[in-house]
Design a protein around this ligand. Sequence first.
Ligand code: SF4
Length: 271
Amino acid sequence: MNMQDSPSLLCTNEKRVYGPVNSWRLGQSLGIDPIFTKSTCSYNCIYCQLGSIQDITNNYKIYVPTDEIIKDLQEFLPLKQPLDIITYSGSGEPTLAANLGEVIREVRGVVPDIPQCILTNATMLHNSSVVEDLNQLDRVIVKLDAWDEEMFQRVNRPIAGVTLMDLVDGICHFRQQFKGTLEVQTMIFSTNIKQDLEAFAQLLIRISPDLVQLNTPKRPYPMSWHRENRGNHQGIFNYEVRQLKTITKEQATIITQHLKELTSLEIISIR
Ligand code: SF4
């Protein structure tokens, strides 16, 4: 999973529904958090805006009952502003939620006209139930921050047993049968910017996504977990954070152009 962009405070942080978030990639995006109780993920990315993950796990189970999520969504209605999309994200990796498919269907019943997407780290794509769940979505955005195993382990710090090649194989298999839009989201920063972009391009060509989004860690790394970080509630950091090194506009432009030439894919960058 990865996080959404800038905030508004229509929903409180006590709910499984948050935002809407004004996202440079997604527009006005209402977040749905099927994890919620604490930060829970199969990665512990060095830049995660949730801070150090509290529960690093691939435990596939129901974290939040579906009816609690739907109740929070219904409390948010009627819509006070137009929404572009509903995004499954929040307090960790949303595909760890075993009721995700049920949630997607029930949300579709409540707001049938709003497209739905997910931000996922793709580590659960070996699970056929997860693939079935994600097939119900309009957009699937997978995280890919590394193009060699050493960098993968250093940046994403996955749970033991997850390898970059298995991850990419899972994304490729998913890609072959997914009827919606598949996007790759990559965080570019001081660690991976020095690596060979040709190797990255080769992985992108294999995956063949509809879009590649290059991001940079503009949000600080909190030294403790706060649920409001789900939506990047800028300006209310009243707790200790560490600023992360971002890339410059010039670097983003050069990388974007170079990757376009190497892959012929559509590539956009936050800068
Ligand atoms: S995959 Fe997303 S939620 Fe998980 S550690 Fe990385 S940035 Fe955080």
